[in-house]
Design a protein around this ligand. Structure first.
Ligand SMILES: Cc1ncc(COP(=O)(O)O)c(C=O)c1O
Length: 385
């Protein structure tokens, strides 16, 4: 079967064969419910506990700080709504470039009496220190700033922001979903700097969809958003998705083992890609910021991103326009809007996110296809104007 070249690893990644192999017995005969008292149940519980230890070890957290959820979206909702439910409404601040699964729950809280403050970013997508300082003067109770952005790949200086926020007594959360497998994550040192909770998700790092975690400092009180049998220390009820949780543990471990090699590899591929994009006259976003090694976000003036992605798909290349998670939404990306990118470029945004198995040949073929496609579309634009 024809397999297009996959260049959309920030949307999701292929399941690693070793992850699938570890999951298979649990999808077949070992069907136990981790709460059951018989042998099947005990084995399932052991498998969940081992996975918890693996995930904790990878991010230097204690296993009791790992709360498994169904996805990064659920973990972000659990932190924001769960922590807010234990407090009197006050100010809640989130960066303007957060994923919708942080922005939307924050907006829900704003409808319930919280004051929502967006933290501004600069032209390269980094949180502006002056605006963050202003936010701190409002004595926020909850703060959320992501470690790495899904569209631009921009890395925020979360330790510095969290340290600055300490004196306010706010709980500080960081969405680290895009960092797993692309950058070392150390919860203990982030926690020492003032970060109280982190979100991770398996499917961004060659694990299965449907397993994720909120890593949380036990001093933070959160109210469960799913009540029931009291699973996950009472913070997230629901029968554990044992195969996916086991897959998450193995994927996290493999990601950590391969991190140095794979980030050097994708970084070199990204440089090759960006050299090609510069030759074609593309505008590359967030060039001055520190970024994930695998992510390039670019546009050509007056070429619609959706159109370009569709044409590249027909040429055999899978890339994303704007944020993959919101590609059903034709609005220009809120991330680029927050960065002050002009609409003619923002509407053209295309994201390439590389993975460890992409090759130099694939990059060269992609640039070749892009050159031809952009040339045709620019020709059409010239005729139309
Ligand atoms: C930065 C970020 N946070 C959260 C999520 C949501 O994670 P999940 O797909 O596991 O719900 C995504 C997914 O695209 C993401 O990129």
């Amino acid at each position: 079967m024809f397999q297009p070249v996959y260049l959309d690893h920030n949307a999701t990644t292929r399941l690693d064969p070793a992850v699938l192999a570890a999951m298979m017995p649990l999808l077949e005969g070992q069907c136990g419910n981790a709460s059951s008292r018989h042998d099947y149940g005990r084995r399932a519980r052991l498998a969940v506990d081992e996975a918890r230890q693996r995930v904790a070890a990878v991010v230097n957290a204690h296993p009791t700080e790992v709360i498994f959820t169904s996805g990064g979206s659920e973990a972000n909702n659990l932190f924001l709504k769960g922590a807010a439910a234990t407090m009197k409404p006050g100010t809640l601040a989130v960066s303007a470039v957060e994923h919708p699964c942080v922005i939307k729950p924050a907006e829900q809280l704003a409808r319930q009496g919280w004051v929502l403050r967006e933290i501004a970013v600069d032209g390269d997508g980094r949180v502006r220190a002056d605006d963050f300082a202003e936010v701190l003067l409002t004595r926020p109770r909850l703060l959320s700033v992501m470690l790495a952005n899904n569209e631009t790949g921009v890395i925020q200086d979360v330790p510095a922001l969290a340290s600055a926020a300490r004196s306010t007594g706010a709980w500080f959360h960081s969405d680290a979903v895009q960092a797993l497998g692309k950058r070392a994550i150390d919860f203990r040192s982030l926690n020492a700097a003032g970060v109280h909770a982190l979100t991770l998700s398996a499917h961004k790092a060659h694990g299965p969809k449907g397993a994720a975690a909120l890593i949380i400092d036990k001093r933070v009180e959160v109210q469960p958003q799913i009540a029931g049998g009291g699973h996950e220390r009472g913070l997230r009820s629901g029968t554990e998705n044992v195969p996916a949780i086991v897959g998450f543990g193995i994927a996290a471990e493999l990601a950590a083992q391969r991190l140095a090699e794979s980030s050097a590899r994708v970084q070199a591929l990204r440089q090759r890609l960006e050299a090609g994009l510069n030759e074609l006259g593309a505008m590359i976003f967030a060039v001055n910021a520190e970024k994930l090694p695998n992510t390039t976000y670019f546009a050509f003036a007056n070429i619609d991103g959706e159109t370009l992605v569709g044409k590249l798909d027909r040429e055999g290349f899978a890339v994303a326009s704007g944020s993959a998670c919101s590609s059903a939404n034709p609005e220009p990306s809120h991330v680029l809007r927050a960065m002050g990118v002009a609409p003619e470029f923002a509407r053209g945004a295309v994201r390439v996110s590389l993975g460890g198995d992409n090759t130099e040949t694939e990059i060269d073929q992609f640039i070749h296809a892009l050159r031809a496609t952009v040339g045709r579309l620019q020709g059409l634009t010239a005729i139309a104007v």
